[in-house]
Design a protein around this ligand. Structure first.
Ligand SMILES: [Ca+2]
Ligand SMILES: [Ca+2]
Length: 384
């Protein structure tokens, strides 16, 4: 993505607005990008957006309480930012927020950095304090339908994964499909990658082992071919593209077989269903998953009929009663293990005035590209 294409014309009043808002340092520090309404970090170090305030709670041995010093700073010598620094006993907590000019409304980048100060390895918890009514997913926090916060990957959280589950931003739609004919009831409930996000599942298996994986589909929205074409990838097997209408027809349960293998030897079998490149409907769906032991392939008609469930090592009614997320979730807390004098940083992306936060699976923005975009827009602004 090119930051220059995403910036907007800057009204002259914006500069006056910046001066006005930066003068509020006693109450907090405002920050923005040229031409956008500002966000604020308040005197408590909370990021204040039009959807609410986000704060950080620190815990752990030797961690004490202290109010932060909030100040306006310049990142990379040019990006206006707000920074809250607090000495918290064993550690120093530094919260930094700046606006990146991501199309169309901008994105606020909120970095939480913890530095170990006493020369002893420390375990610290970083919990997010979120507004009431927010719902936490794997990588996003939503308020109503709006994605208001993008989270670092759960691998960074220290949270323990389950044996299997989904790890994506797709939605469960129980009863969505209307399969005709006798079939496993698992076909009725689906998960859908609304907003063009992929559907991703992970199963624990013995490292390097093989398995027969069956993915079950039933398209109940489209009646014509060429709409929702799917690209299915199961680790260790060749990818398969399928147009469920062309292959099986509307409301007709169908299944694809994959000779899977834990190719990278991490003891996990990864599978992804996403929209095919030429799909008109970019929201992928998935109805069911069966994992069978390696060996002779299972008869797909019998799998569809639900007659081989007892032989499967896993049968998942995707979007149904026995489905589950890979990470239990609940409390949004990150566990950091800091070596002596070490530090760790967690980066969150926040929706700012009228905008949404980028969904990781559907957006190319990273902490690095957002920072580069902010740097470029402020350099251009300075040269005007
Ligand atoms: Ca693997
Ligand atoms: Ca299902």
């Amino acid at each position: 993505m090119n930051a220059r294409q995403q910036t907007v014309a800057v009204p002259l009043t914006a500069l006056a607005l910046l001066h006005a808002t930066f003068a509020l340092a006693a109450d907090g520090v405002a920050f923005t990008s040229p031409g956008f309404p500002p966000s604020q970090m308040n005197a408590a170090g909370q990021l204040v957006e039009d959807w609410g305030a986000v704060g950080v709670k620190l815990g752990g041995e030797g961690v004490t309480d202290a109010a932060p010093a909030v100040a306006a700073v310049k990142l990379d010598g040019v990006i206006p930012a707000a920074q809250a620094v607090s000495q918290r006993g064993a550690v120093t907590l530094t919260l930094t927020a700046f606006r990146a000019p991501a199309h169309p409304s901008g994105v606020d980048v909120f970095a939480v950095r913890v530095d170990e100060k006493q020369g002893r390895a420390a375990n610290v918890t970083v919990a997010l304090d979120l507004p009431a009514g927010t719902q936490t997913g794997l990588r996003t926090v939503r308020l109503g339908g709006r994605v208001v916060l993008t989270l670092p990957s759960r691998e960074e959280s220290g949270e323990k994964a389950r044996e299997w589950g989904y790890c994506d931003e797709a939605a469960s739609l129980p009863g969505w499909a209307k399969p005709v004919g006798p079939c496993d009831p698992a076909f009725r409930n689906i998960r859908a990658g609304m907003g063009s996000v992929p559907i991703i599942y992970r199963f624990t298996i013995p490292p390097k082992s093989e398995a027969n994986v069956v993915l079950g589909f039933c398209e109940s929205h489209w009646a014509e071919t060429g709409q929702r074409r799917l690209l299915c990838k199961v680790e260790g097997a060749p990818p398969q593209e399928v147009d469920p209408i062309a292959k099986w027809g509307r409301h007709k349960p169908g299944a694809l077989l994959f000779k899977a293998r834990d190719e990278n030897g991490d003891g996990k079998l990864d599978m992804t269903v996403s929209a095919a490149r030429d799909a008109k409907d970019k929201n992928p769906i998935l109805n069911a998953i069966w994992v069978f032991p390696a060996g002779p392939p299972p008869n797909l008609e019998q799998v569809i009929a639900g007659k081989l469930n007892a032989a499967a090592t896993r049968r998942v009614d995707v979007g149904g009663g026995n489905d589950q997320p890979l990470y239990p979730g609940g409390k949004l807390e990150y566990r950091l293990s800091l070596p002596a004098h070490g530090s760790q940083e967690l980066t969150f992306f926040a929706a700012c005035h009228g905008g949404v936060a980028p969904i990781p699976d559907a957006s190319a923005w990273t902490a690095e590209t957002l920072r580069r975009a902010a740097r470029e827009v402020w350099r251009d602004w300075r040269e005007r």
